[in-house]
Design a binder for this molecule. Structure first.
Ligand code: FEO
Length: 393
């Protein structure tokens, strides 16, 4: 894998994983991903910023060899998750003089996860600096993006922020810097939705903390480098704001057509009211696409048939996921059908405790929907319209 020059004495030396299609055995990766590792060569010391997924360690070693790196003084660990930290033990073995530079919490996690000996660490505090000779690294603790120990590293002289997971994207390209902003926007939004959205309030705080340091480039550990940092910072400001859009997301499953008919009817009723609707048939949905739409939607309508007295398991999965991701939606409700009884609606409501939403009217139909059920769906569409109008959407 090619080594790419970021700036004078700063190199991208990590791995492009073109054909990876699943992350954490959970997150679809339609565009592959990268594990970016950066080499910063100061006049006195050399630092390696994050490593790579252990599966791809040979590529990192080849890059270090091809670049003629004979000594690494510091391994900066911005995050303990193994796709960035997993290579640290092998780097320490090959470069035994090197020390792992990180915060106290990350150190403890690296000891737990990777069994790195205590004496291999240099522990830094928030805003502390580390001199490499003519270059200075400064560390900013940014907990909960997306683990409790996460931090970012700022190269003062070059004004580069090495943000690790924060502000990244699961996107792979031969080009080092973002060129196709529309494509990267979609990929970064998917990444935000799936990984960062539950930590929206932490992100707002961190962006505030970093706003005056002066950033010319953001070099994350997944995806391309932003040489126009405003592009991603503005996107994050929008996604993390309280603003919602005049949109309804409808994750649904239908077994014999009743719930499908309800979703179709409600979708049309919302379109007639000039509301943007995003129905997702969960049997064919990439959950990343659903997550993206949860970023901005004002309302979530979950639609399910009744299976053994509860929701369809695929709907339960989507509800569980939406609850975990904590989108900023203001309203939610449940519609669906049943044959002979059950507690489908109550069970889904019970799964949404993390959502700070007002629950709107539910619509539950016995068998196939008929006239009065369509009236109820019209009433629900009116209710959604009225609520959206109250938000000036
Ligand atoms: Fe890319 Fe949280 O690891």
């Amino acid at each position: 894998m090619a080594i790419q020059k970021v700036k004078q004495s700063v190199f991208s030396i990590g791995v492009k994983h073109w054909d990876r299609r699943l992350f954490d055995e959970l997150i679809p990766l339609p565009d592959g991903t990268t594990y970016n590792s950066y080499l910063v060569e100061g006049s006195d010391k050399t630092a390696l910023i994050d490593t790579v997924d252990p599966e791809n360690l040979n590529t990192l070693f080849d890059n270090l060899t091809n670049h003629g790196v004979s000594k690494i003084d510091y391994i900066i660990a911005n995050h303990a998750e193994q796709d960035h930290s997993g290579g640290i033990p092998a780097i320490l073995a090959k470069y035994p003089e090197s020390k792992v530079v990180t915060n106290e919490k990350c150190k403890n996690m690296l000891i737990d996860l990777l069994k790195i000996p205590d004496n291999k660490f240099i522990v830094i505090k928030d805003e502390e600096t580390l001199l490499l000779g003519d270059k200075t690294l400064q560390f900013f603790l940014t907990p909960w993006v997306h683990w409790p120990e996460t931090m970012v590293t700022y190269l003062q002289e070059e004004r580069i922020l090495f943000s690790c997971d924060f502000l990244g994207s699961h996107y792979v390209s031969s080009e080092l810097f973002v060129k196709d902003e529309a494509k990267v926007y979609a990929s970064a939004k998917r990444y935000y939705a799936e990984i960062m959205m539950p930590f929206r309030r932490n992100i707002i705080k961190h962006l505030e903390k970093l706003k005056d340091i002066g950033i010319d480039m953001i070099a994350p550990s997944h995806g391309q480098i932003y040489d126009n940092p405003k592009f991603i910072l503005d996107a994050y400001k929008d996604w993390t704001s309280e603003n919602v859009k005049n949109e309804v997301v409808i994750p649904y499953v239908s077994m014999h057509g009743s719930t499908q008919r309800m979703v179709e009817y409600l979708t049309d009723a919302l379109i007639k009211r000039d509301i943007v609707v995003k129905p997702f048939n969960l049997t064919v949905t990439d959950i990343g696409e659903l997550a993206i739409e949860l970023v901005d939607a004002a309302t979530i309508v979950i639609a399910s048939p009744t299976v053994l007295a509860g929701p369809h398991p695929s709907v339960a999965y989507a509800a569980f996921l939406a609850n975990m991701l904590k989108p900023k939606a203001k309203y939610a409700t449940i519609i669906g059908s049943y044959g002979w009884g059950g507690k489908m609606i109550e069970r889904i409501v019970g799964m949404l405790g993390n959502l700070k939403v007002e629950l709107l009217s539910t619509v539950l139909v016995k068998g196939f929907p008929e006239e009065n059920d369509f009236h109820a769906l019209n009433d629900l569409a009116d209710e959604i319209l009225e609520r959206h109008k109250s938000l000036n959407l």
